[in-house]
Design a protein around this ligand. Sequence first.
Ligand SMILES: O=P(O)(O)OC[C@H]1O[C@H](OP(=O)(O)OP(=O)(O)O)[C@H](O)[C@@H]1O
Ligand SMILES: O=c1[nH]c(=O)c2nc[nH]c2[nH]1
Ligand SMILES: [Mg+2]
Length: 175
Amino acid sequence: MAGEAPELSAQERAGKAFPVSWDQFHRDCRALTWRLNEVGPFHAVIAITRGGLVPAAIVARELGVRVIDTVCIASYDHDKQGELQVLKGISDAAMKLGGGTGKGLLIVDDLVDTGKTGKLVRKMLPDAHFATVYAKPMGRPLVDTFITEVSQDTWIFFPWDTALSYHPPLRDGAA
Ligand SMILES: O=P(O)(O)OC[C@H]1O[C@H](OP(=O)(O)OP(=O)(O)O)[C@H](O)[C@@H]1O
Ligand SMILES: O=c1[nH]c(=O)c2nc[nH]c2[nH]1
Ligand SMILES: [Mg+2]
């Protein structure tokens, strides 16, 4: 409608940017594994796709876990969160390994923001251990282990979503 302010995306509302390089992400995933190594062993890793696939591969490699399953959830369309859609649930084989409740399973995602995604997966596997690399305050209570907390008004830019580009000098008004 004319005169109405356009709705801001989650990224625009966030305001602050936290860009993460591949190198930094790999290091943070390794740091996460150091913590998880004290908690395991785990029968399987469950990656929340798609963002959880990259940390799940690194964590599983470091922990020596070879059984990996996915739970496929779509919510953010680029940077706007809509209704959560479970596109693929946890496999029967992984469910069996976790005794039906997720005991001994490790859920991995790249981050928790509002916690909506994490809450849904926790409902599926209440006894699983939930690990993320990054956590914002709203989602933090849902996570058992994470590495870095960023403020709620920060948008994390992952290396698989970004590319190197020219940045104007601060003097010319760059943020
Ligand atoms: O705590 P929440 O507010 O629910 O947000 C966190 C979720 O959002 C992102 O996934 P997204 O839905 O963008 O899908 P993707 O992993 O396929 O990029 C991220 O990877 C988490 O899974
Ligand atoms: O790339 C992303 N960065 C974020 O901070 C975020 N929060 C929810 N979903 C997200 N995706
Ligand atoms: Mg995700």
